[in-house]
Design a protein around this ligand. Structure first.
Ligand SMILES: [Zn+2]
Length: 71
């Protein structure tokens, strides 16, 4: 199951189907924050279907643009 959605469904805001019915393609977002950080000791792990991951990539791209980083 995609971490970003409770059901495998069409999501209007993404404009795509949130599907996690196979392992041909999915994205993993993982983060561990060490001591001293604002998220001291917190761990995150999300398995995202391709549609939701694409959205995450768009967000990162927007951040890169906002900060003047462009590949
Ligand atoms: Zn999804």
């Amino acid at each position: 199951m995609c971490s970003a959605n409770a059901t495998d469904d069409y999501i209007p805001e993404i404009g795509a189907e949130c599907r996690f019915d196979n392992f041909e393609g999915f994205g993993v977002l993982q983060a561990s924050f060490g001591y001293g950080s604002d998220r001291d000791g917190e761990n995150f792990h999300f398995d995202l279907c391709q549609a939701c991951f694409e959205r995450l990539v768009d967000t990162v791209e927007n951040l890169r643009t906002a900060h003047g980083v462009r590949a």
